[in-house]
Design a protein around this ligand. Structure first.
Ligand code: NDP
Length: 448
């Protein structure tokens, strides 16, 4: 990463002025800007045609009221968002997040990252993101259904298989997608499978989609280690979170011979020095919708620590798979001190900018989320392909396609970083490669 040149500095000041009080969005933009000095020098048409300024402005931002009635008969009001950021490469594509921390800044940062991530996959998908400040924790199934139906009663008019294709994210899995898809179908009277991805496999979903983000991150980790003449076998691994991404990152890391000893949720972290029992975690999280502390109640030698940071647990490989800014400078210093050799982001922007600098300065292999977690959206695009041809592929075939895509993304990032004079810098490689693909398409389409 480098200081912004004068032109980029001016553009950045302007986007700050236009987007005040949006720290997450500003952070995501700055990270991309910091990769662009040499790109702008090499491609003067980008500045001339103000392509970067256009990319930073979402094509459309929708904010709406979501009223619903809880089990006590009380009226509840939440706020819904969909930011349709960029459709130069295809229909807007990106997940929906239900979490109390959701606001416009969070959705814009996620949508902005999504543009370049989707471009990196090489598939025909634009970038978007949505969500609500609704907290699903502790809500009954009926409450979640009523909320999803109300959310979709507004959102349905903005989405469609050729327009905008949502998927899951934090707090949104196949259950919520089922309720939203059901309401979409009911309002529009159309069985439009391609309007959502992450659907249940019995009604249009793709095999391997559930596993894709976590598996993809570990495929990426394997490629990174391979590029350094190393492998995953025998490595100690720590994974934050215990949701969809974390569970399947744990699974693949184990399949590749890693020993995964810790994971977490927002209440604390769990350590099992003998290696995590994944079947137990799946039961607790996927079947019982429970808390990860339950594992330590069931397994005597495991420890649950409610205060402190999971990144203090010594490991070779760290996979942050929970949420944004969950790994800070202090955590990064601790990882370096403990001899960690690679940090691969399953979550979106989980490392703070200071943490990234510390890791890169210490020569820890570091993979940004927009490259490492792109397997999820890539498999969503595979789901769209299956829906369009009314077909469903086997798990093996879909996973093989996912693996090829992740190997390719790694190669693209690696080679782009080399071509731009910063070998081994996957942030530069991912940002530049994704950005150029979007720029080329926007340039070809005129001023839109
Ligand atoms: P889930 O809701 O399935 O799981 C999220 C996990 O992170 C839970 O264990 C949750 O704990 C934990 N978590 C959430 N917020 C916090 C917080 N503030 N502090 C500590 N822990 C927290 O979400 P996913 O696994 O789907 O998503 C995880 C990350 O991966 C997100 O950044 C998401 O954007 C990204 N991602 C997801 C993709 C997907 O396909 N699902 C694709 C690409 C990226 P708790 O239950 O206590 O809240």
């Amino acid at each position: 990463m480098s200081q912004l040149n004068e032109n980029l500095q001016l553009i950045y000041q302007d986007v700050l002025r236009r987007n005040p009080n949006e720290p997450e969005f500003q952070q995501a933009m700055l990270e991309v800007f910091e990769s662009l000095n040499s790109v702008m020098a090499k491609h003067p048409e980008i500045a001339k045609k103000k392509i970067l300024q256009r990319i930073c402005e979402p094509e459309r931002q929708i904010i709406f009221r979501v009223p619903w009635i809880d089990d006590q008969g009380e009226v509840q009001v939440n706020r819904g968002f969909r930011v349709e950021f960029n459709s130069a490469l295809g229909p807007y594509k990106g997940g929906i997040r239900f979490h109390p921390s959701v606001n416009l800044s969070v959705i814009k940062f996620l949508g902005f990252e999504q543009i370049f991530k989707n471009a990196l996959t090489g598939m025909p998908i634009g970038g978007g993101k949505g969500g609500s400040d609704f907290n699903p924790k502790g809500r009954s199934d009926n409450e979640i259904m009523r909320f999803c139906q109300s959310f979709m009663t507004e959102l349905y008019r903005h989405i469609g298989e050729h327009t905008d294709v949502p998927a899951g994210d934090i707090g949104v899995s196949a259950r919520e997608i089922g309720y939203m898809f059901g309401q979409y179908k009911r309002i529009t009277n159309r069985y439009e499978s391609g309007v959502f991805t992450g659907k249940g496999v019995t009604w249009g979903g793709s095999l391997a989609r559930k596993e894709a983000t976590g598996y993809g991150a570990v495929f990426f980790a394997r490629e990174m280690l391979k590029a350094r003449g190393d492998c995953l076998e025998g490595k100690t691994v720590v994974v934050s979170g215990s949701g969809n991404v974390a569970i399947y990152a744990i699974e693949k890391a184990m399949l590749f011979g890693g020993k995964v000893i810790a994971c977490s949720d927002s209440s604390g972290y769990l350590v099992d020095e003998q290696g995590l029992d994944l079947a137990r975690i799946k039961r607790i999280k996927e079947v019982e919708y429970g808390r990860i502390s339950q594992y330590a109640e069931e397994v005597k030698h495991a420890k649950f620590i409610a205060a402190g940071s999971i990144w203090s647990v010594p490991c070779d490989l760290a996979l942050p798979c929970a949420t944004q800014n969950e790994l800070n400078a202090k955590d990064a210093e601790q990882l370096v001190k403990n001899g960690c050799i690679a940090v691969v982001e399953g979550a979106n922007m989980p490392c703070t900018p200071e943490a990234v600098r510390i890791l890169q300065n210490a020569k820890v292999a570091y993979a940004p989320g927009k490259a490492a977690n792109a397997g999820g959206v890539a498999t969503s695009a595979l789901e769209m392909q299956q829906n369009a041809s009314r077909d469903s592929w086997s798990h093996e075939y879909t996973e093989q396609r996912l693996e090829e895509i992740m190997v390719n993304i790694h190669k693209t990032c690696f080679e782009t970083a080399e071509a731009y004079g910063c070998p081994g810098d996957y942030v530069m490689g991912a940002n530049i490669a994704g950005f150029l693909r979007v720029c080329n398409a926007m340039d070809a389409m005129g001023v839109i």
